[in-house]
Design a protein around this ligand. Structure first.
Ligand code: CTP
Length: 397
């Protein structure tokens, strides 16, 4: 693969030399690009010797006049390591004041970022927001590790090890646009069921898993419709977002948009009960005790299972116990092709958390365990298994 290796000005720049060596060893062609600050930490000569190519750095050198455009067109992947706070900020905001950032704007392929900075810088709202923007753009982040930092502090911020970044490059090199032509309909987040004009019942779903699924599907070439309950997330880049509040609204939007969908993923945590007749005025605190009579909401997944057609139907099962048994039961009664079982109720994985670990049960009788990983990686594994399942189902026909 033809790779641009962008090097920012941070102490971790010394690790970029090792990364360049690993990438060359893997058979990639590497074009190093350094910012001015990076050259204070690492000599361009080192990267030139390791990659066998002139390092690109100065946008204003006569011989480089249109090199940033050429480099953008010729290369298939851009890796930025270390991605410093300054570089992330410039990339997130579309500034182009040097070779690397200009090349970034002209580049249309996948981008992999390996952030590296001090603990407090990484936690700063400005940096958090910039990373969020870059993730939404579909760029992948090789998360920084926790450890001793050159500034003397200990915590997250240390650039991922070169081996880890090289492995992420390897995954990117093998990534196919294998969802091209698919229309993926995804539901995500909780629903809110009103009790009166100012109160509602809801649950702890953050929507993160459904949004990660949407992001992954779009990155792999699918047309994605994301029907989302109220969440605090920004919609992934290139995804059509439809916002809803109640289970009834979600059902209506899902049914309206079902037609072209080839894969339906019901990651939403739909409220099971609601108040059928919502009072028009706020309930007053007149009685000492309040009882609510709730009615079941429509089970959207079960309804879709009843009219499945050719499309693949993937449900989720949020459980606090008997994960596999419950996932299998829901697979059967809701007539799904796959159910993603996840344990909720702990702080580390499931609802609200950034990580997840899931068990996939399929209508072909398979059980696949996906170990604990960031939700985007879990989403990647789920789609791999969905495509495998489709092949198995076709073969069985
Ligand atoms: N689901 C749905 N409509 C509902 C309830 C659930 O479409 N009214 C879907 C969810 O989106 C999920 C799956 O059904 O894909 C399972 O949801 P879950 O809350 O785990 O299970 P329930 O069927 O509600 O069963 P229980 O609450 O008893 O575990």
């Amino acid at each position: 693969m033809k790779i641009v290796l962008g090097v920012g000005g941070g102490i971790a720049a010394y690790k970029s030399a090792e990364l360049a060596r690993l990438l060359m060893q893997e058979g990639h062609q590497v074009q190093a690009v350094m910012t001015a600050a990076a050259q204070e930490f690492l000599r361009p000569m080192t990267l030139a010797a390791l990659t066998g190519r002139r390092v690109l750095a100065d946008l204003f050198a006569i011989e480089n006049a249109i090199d940033h455009i050429r480099a953008a067109q010729e290369n298939e992947l851009m890796v930025v390591a270390p991605a410093t706070a300054d570089l992330l900020g410039r990339m997130a905001n579309g500034l182009a004041d040097d070779f690397l950032t200009t090349l970034y704007l002209a580049f249309t392929g996948p981008v992999l970022l390996a952030p590296s900075m001090n603990v407090n810088m990484l936690a700063h709202p400005a940096v958090v927001a910039n990373l969020e923007t870059l993730k939404r753009r579909g760029h992948r982040i090789v998360e920084p590790g926790v450890g001793y930092l050159a500034c003397g502090m200990t915590g997250p911020g240390r650039m991922a090890e070169p081996e880890e970044i090289a492995a992420a490059v390897g995954r990117e090199a093998h990534r196919r646009r294998d969802l091209e032509g698919e229309v993926v309909l995804i539901t995500a987040g909780p629903t809110q069921e009103p009790l009166d004009p100012v109160r509602y019942i809801t649950n702890r779903s953050s929507g993160k898993m459904g949004y990660a699924m949407a992001e992954e599907a779009a990155a792999r070439g699918a047309a994605v419709v994301l029907i989302s309950g109220p969440v605090a997330l920004r919609p992934p880049f290139g995804v059509e977002l439809v916002t809803v509040h109640t289970a009834a609204e979600m059902r209506r939007e899902v049914l309206d948009r079902l037609g072209p969908a080839t894969i339906v993923i019901k990651a939403a945590a739909v409220a099971d009960f609601h108040l059928s007749r919502v009072p028009p005025q706020k309930m007053k605190k007149t009685a000492a005790r309040l009882s609510l009579e709730l009615d079941p909401t429509p089970d959207i997944l079960a309804e879709l299972g009843g009219r499945k057609g050719d499309r693949l139907l993937i449900g989720f099962a949020a459980e606090t116990e008997n994960l596999v048994e419950e996932a299998r039961r829901k697979l059967r009664v809701k007539n799904c092709d796959m159910v993603v079982g996840n344990l909720v109720g702990s702080a580390e994985v499931g609802f609200e958390a950034d990580l997840n670990e899931v068990v996939l049960v399929t209508s072909t009788g398979e059980t696949v365990t996906v170990p604990r990983a960031p939700k985007r990686e879990v989403a990647e594994r789920i789609f791999d298994e969905v495509l495998k399942l489709r092949l198995a189902l076709h073969a069985a026909q």
